[in-house]
Ligand binder design. Structure first.
Ligand SMILES: Cc1cc2nc3c(=O)[nH]c(=O)nc-3n(C[C@H](O)[C@H](O)[C@H](O)COP(=O)(O)OP(=O)(O)OC[C@H]3O[C@@H](n4cnc5c(N)ncnc54)[C@H](O)[C@@H]3O)c2cc1C
Length: 406
């Protein structure tokens, strides 16, 4: 019997039995949001210049700002819902990945002082966007080697100097969570206002994910108040980073999988139309195999992302490992699915105006952003060996205890 899988909700329907956190009303709200995002996505000009496009993406975020999670009182249900929302958003357009939810602002809500967190909850609810500034020239996969530094300036303030690279939401963010070395050389996270004097931006033209501006963020003695603007305790930067990405990576993964599911549904629709019109007399086995395999891989990876979100929201000790490996494997699955599906549409999918071409370019960016994959697999493998080693010898060796989170 045939099953038409043409919308994100069609993809999610068989997974409902695996998601006990959402009741029928929750699923109905999700479907309404999915349709609303679809309507708003159509208002974003596809081929406008970057500034125009990013303005309309921010406008979509602001229009959806009222769509707060009904499930927010329950952190696990909220995390599951956000994961499903990201899948729905990715189905429409990867550039809308920040359309709903706190994004990197989640670090402020989870780790900043209560007044700062409350202030930012209001701003995020109004649609403000927060960027993350972690990566430096020495390599984003080695956060432990950052050189951006805060030095004391008078009795109560610090001044931050250094350079961050490949920062997304460069012009659209209202503030950045910045990772730097405090005056005692410990890695610390802090909140820097986007309008802070001494902050300079240099835009770089990306290959995909061009919705937000992207590039270099330089700190020339930016004034910082350690009494108010720390994100997490001083010296706890690596912990802030690790806890955030345990929650954030499954969301990225679900967004990528939503985009791949969108390409899959588009491909089946086009092939079905060709069959109906008589342009094809039958669908060859090679196409059917790709459709079947990629459907199974996307669904399996999405279930894994949902599990990771659940573990992260519960504070389960396995969440970090699951998030690292799940992001690498899930985004790889999405990328591979789109690469394998694209030829089934022929050269039509190679046109710049084709959504297939855009998704392929966008997914390329997610192979690096939020953790480059060989580093994630490698650090995952190291964690697994560390677990074996500590089971066997009780204590891990010093070498195996060294952090490798990305
Ligand atoms: C679209 C996009 C958006 C992004 N947004 C942001 C953002 O908002 N904020 C932010 O801070 N960053 C952002 N990044 C940066 C991203 O987080 C980094 O690209 C990623 O962490 C990898 O870092 P890197 O590119 O410096 O690569 P590297 O860390 O230099 O790694 C490159 C390669 O070198 C390998 N390698 C590392 N160490 C060694 C070694 N000792 N020997 C041999 N090989 C090694 C790695 O495994 C990898 O294969 C973004 C990137 C992209 C593409």
């Amino acid at each position: 019997m045939g099953v038409a899988v043409t919308t994100a909700m069609d993809w999610l329907e068989p997974l409902r039995s695996s998601v006990s956190e959402l009741d029928s009303a929750g699923w109905e709200r999700l479907e309404r949001l999915y349709n609303q995002v679809g309507t708003l996505a159509a208002t974003v000009p596809q081929f406008a210049d970057q500034a125009t496009r990013s303005r309309s993406l921010l406008a979509v975020r602001r229009q959806l700002a009222g769509c707060a999670d009904q499930e927010l009182n329950d952190p696990v249900a909220g995390a599951i819902r956000q994961t499903l929302v990201q899948f729905c958003i990715g189905f429409h357009d990867l550039d809308l990945r920040d359309a709903v939810g706190p994004g990197h602002g989640a670090m402020i809500l989870a780790e900043a002082s209560q007044p700062i967190a409350e202030h930012w909850q209001c701003r995020l609810d109004r649609g403000d966007l927060v960027g993350i500034a972690a990566t430096e020239w020495r390599g984003g996969s080695r956060l432990q080697e950052i050189t951006t530094r805060a030095r004391p300036a008078g009795r109560d303030r610090w001044r931050i100097s250094g350079e961050k690279v490949w920062v997304s939401r460069l012009h659209e963010s209202s503030a950045f969570v910045v990772f730097f070395r405090d005056p005692d050389n410990r890695i610390t996270a802090g909140l820097v206002d986007a309008a802070a004097p001494g902050l300079h931006r240099e835009v770089v033209d990306p290959f995909g994910l061009a919705g937000w501006s992207w590039g270099l963020l330089q700190f020339h003695g930016v004034s910082f108040d350690p009494a108010a603007d720390l994100v997490g305790p001083v010296g706890e930067g690596l912990g802030v980073f690790r806890r955030h990405f345990s929650r954030f990576r499954p969301l990225v993964t679900a967004t990528a999988l939503g985009a791949a599911a969108g390409v899959h549904s588009f491909t089946t629709t086009v092939l079905a139309a060709k069959l109906t019109e008589g342009a094809l007399s039958r669908i060859r086995d090679n196409a059917l195999i790709v459709l079947g395999r990629t459907y199974a891989e996307i669904t399996a990876a999405l279930l894994s992302a949902l599990t990771t979100s659940r573990l992260a929201a519960m504070g389960h000790p396995g969440a970090d490992l699951s998030a690292r490996l799940g992001k690498a494997a899930g985004v790889d699955a999405a990328y591979r699915a789109v690469t394998d599906l694209a030829p089934l549409l022929g050269a039509a999918g190679f046109q710049r105006s084709s959504m297939i071409a855009k998704v392929r370019a966008d997914l390329t960016g997610l192979l690096y952003a939020d953790g480059i994959h060989d580093s994630l697999y490698r650090s995952g493998g190291r964690s697994l060996m560390c677990q074996r080693s500590s089971t066997k010898h009780d204590e891990p060796t010093q070498q195996m205890r060294s952090p490798s989170s990305r």
